[in-house]
Design a protein. Sequence first.
Length: 211
Amino acid sequence: MPASPAATPPSPRQRWWPRSRGWWLVAGAFAAGLLLFLVLWLGKRDEFAFYRTEGTPRTADGQVFEPLPVPLPAGELPASGMDDRDPPPSGGARIDQQAPAPVPAAPAPTAPSTPTATPPSAGVAAIPRLVHAPPPEYPRDALRSGATGEVVIRIDVGPDGRPASLEVVRSSRNRSLDRAALQAVRQWRFEPAMRDGTPVAASVQQTVTFN
């Protein structure tokens, strides 16, 4: 049986060609990818240039429009029509409530001032002189409201030294104070005026002060 011829070994060129073709494929794919990237990049660049404004835009008839102002961030300026309003007062529309003042202790009325006597008739040697004057009680309602004032009373003093009649010459503008002053004066006692050594009736004015 004749022997088969031995297989011819591949030449060095044949061994290199498949490997060289693979590298060419890789290089071609890289070049194609780079070209595609450049095409896309140039397209995006043209798109951005389309939206980029170059100066003030003009209309077909040549009229120039100023660009709109850039809107400010929200909350930086008040809404339109609201910036002229006066700011609300701190603490809003607020009503102050104070605790009721404690009722102070009843102050003692000022001691009666020196009485002013009505000019005595002829022969009267002295005017009525106050000898006993218990202070008036401060009315509770006037004390709570803090009312103060002066009451000037005309007192007709009888020969026995007792007030015969009373008349308010100047009011304190508080009925409670006027009433308390009259009640106190009714309890006062005087040394009557004298005429030729005899007690006689006479008039005198007295001021009662509430403070």
